[in-house]
Design a protein around this ligand. Structure first.
Ligand code: UDP
Length: 333
């Protein structure tokens, strides 16, 4: 049994990873300032400390075996209008965390990076050696932290893995995607299915893709979580391993909307809208390195299954008839 610090463990991905660590028999301390996370997303069994990642030094000590670092600001649009927030929270915050880890001798790190570091890809599927050219400050801030970690590993022997997520989706029991404001496709289509918005806007249908809408690689949050546990084992002192995490399958915006129609059985009005600035046409991962270096195998790649898990979570948040449907539905795990 090991003890891990999970920064951002009240968020969507951090909370699911914390749950997986606990299920594997580890001790977990969650550090989260609740700026975007939810106290109830911290799994039972974890010790919760409300605080900023900049203050990690107040929590960390030599009893920790490693850190999983999720705490970050993560809204692309916001990062364009308020870039300072991204440099401060994501870059300066990570620098403080690395410093606290060095001072306390905690020498193992798994970092939550993103496909946004690649920007508009030249080839697809995207491999880790592809050029990194982020198109927004969010991606730039995550890339800066990746560079920071590489140098820390070289200079000071940190054992580190960065996982570059593609489109994380699905839910793990009562832990699911919940942002305010919501910008992600699947939860927004659910809102249209629930009558909480009049329609879903399809951002552009003149992309060079089979149906003209953008193609993304959707990965189940529980598959993603499993990769983090494998990464803890794979991390080697003095090395910084970087792995993409996706299924290697692309689904278009229209295919996602169709999947939500199938899973929910509801009518969903889709209206074509302008392209969203900065959206690449196709973002699909090559996850060959994660398979080879981590021994990772995604087990929940089916889009309808991903959508079904996310829908069960969306219903559990809802009121009235939807809440009753959620209570009656079978739940896993
Ligand atoms: N999208 C859309 N309508 C929406 C939200 C998203 O058509 O209301 C599209 C978006 O343009 C992108 C895809 O859905 O092609 C996935 O977007 P999301 O924001 O979920 O993830 P991203 O790929 O930006 O990380």
């Amino acid at each position: 049994m090991s003890q891990y610090l999970v920064t951002g463990g009240a968020g969507y991905v951090g909370g699911v990873v914390a749950a997986h660590l606990l299920e594997a028999g580890h001790q977990v301390v969650v550090l989260d300032d609740l700026s975007t996370g939810f106290r109830e997303s911290v799994p039972a069994g974890a010790t919760f400390v409300q605080g900023r990642v900049q203050d990690a030094a107040e929590v960390l000590d030599g009893s920790f075996d490693g850190v999983l670092h999720f705490a970050a600001s993560s809204q692309v649009g916001e990062s364009v209008v308020d870039p300072e927030k991204y440099w401060r929270n994501n870059v300066a915050g990570s620098l403080e965390l690395l410093t606290a880890m060095r001072k306390t001798g905690v020498r193992r790190l798994v970092f939550s990076s993103t496909a946004a570091v690649y920007g508009e890809p030249e080839t697809t599927p995207i491999v880790e050696s592809a050029p990194t050219s982020p198109t927004n400050p969010y991606g730039a801030s995550k890339l800066a932290v990746d560079h920071m970690i590489t140098s820390e590993a070289k200079a000071h022997g940190l054992a580190a893995v960065s996982l570059r997520y593609f489109n994380v989706a699905g839910a793990y029991g009562r832990q699911g995607e919940r942002h305010d404001p919501e910008t992600h496709l699947i939860p927004l289509v659910f809102q249209a299915a629930q009558g909480r918005r009049p329609h879903i806007s399809v951002f552009g249908e003149d992309y060079p893709t089979p149906d003209g809408t953008c193609v993304r690689d959707y990965i189940h949050v529980a598959d993603l979580a499993e990769a983090h546990l494998l990464a803890l084992d794979a991390a080697k002192p003095g090395e910084h391993l970087i792995c993409n995490l996706g299924n290697g399958n692309g689904f278009s915006v229209r295919e996602v909307i169709e999947a939500v129609r199938r899973v929910t059985g509801r009518e969903i009005k889709a209206v074509v809208a302008e392209r969203r600035p900065g959206d690449p046409a196709v973002l699909v991962a090559s996850a060959d390195r994660a398979r080879e270096a981590l021994g990772w195998r995604p087990r929940r790649a089916d889009l309808d299954g991903i959508v079904a898990d996310a829908w069960a979570f969306a219903l559990s948040l809802a009121d009235g008839a939807d809440a009753a449907a959620a209570a009656a539905a079978p739940r896993h795990p």
